[in-house]
Design a protein. Structure first.
Length: 168
């Protein structure tokens, strides 16, 4: 009898955790691909972001890099909320509530310099201890991402100009 009760409790706990995990990825179901690069947001659920604009529109992306790309080209649209996934739980939270880590040995999403968000500061510190990087703020992480996007845009323009010059 005790084994049956234990089995039922374990089964119920597993079922509840799977439902909680599924509900935390509702935005992925609604927008499975990144608006900018097309990557699978479910596969990159640990780095995904959701931009909600004041006009009621929203843009779902796979990373802070694609968020910077969106912000760079959004023509000054007012953002009403900006959410990021917790690296550990994959649940969305406000970007300013997160403790951010820049750098480290884990490969970044759409970037050579990874940027991760953590709901718990202790998880961010543990990540830095195990994988390197430095604890930072959203502002610092976004500034780094915007800098990368601008550098890539400048490089692309140089390549386009060179190709245009070579064909004439």
């Amino acid at each position: 009898m005790n084994k049956l009760v234990l089995l039922l409790v374990c089964g119920f706990s597993f079922w509840c955790s799977s439902i909680a995990g599924a509900s935390s990825l509702t935005d992925v179901t609604q927008a499975p691909s990144c608006h900018h690069c097309g990557m699978d947001r479910g596969m990159f659920s640990h780095s995904r972001m959701l931009i909600n604009y004041a006009d009621g529109t929203s843009v779902a992306v796979c990373s802070i890099h694609c968020t910077a790309t969106e912000m760079h080209g959004n023509n000054g649209k007012k953002v009403s909320s900006l959410k990021v996934a917790d690296y550990t739980t994959k649940q969305l939270m406000d970007v300013n509530a997160a403790t951010w880590v820049i750098g480290g040995s884990k490969r970044g999403v759409m970037t050579a310099m990874p940027k991760w968000a953590f709901y718990k500061a202790e998880d961010a510190r543990k990540f830095v201890e195990e994988d390197g990087g430095s604890v930072s703020t959203f502002s610092q992480a976004m500034d780094a991402a915007i800098k990368e996007v601008k550098e890539q845009a400048d490089e692309s323009k140089k390549v386009e100009d060179k190709m245009r010059h070579e064909t004439h």
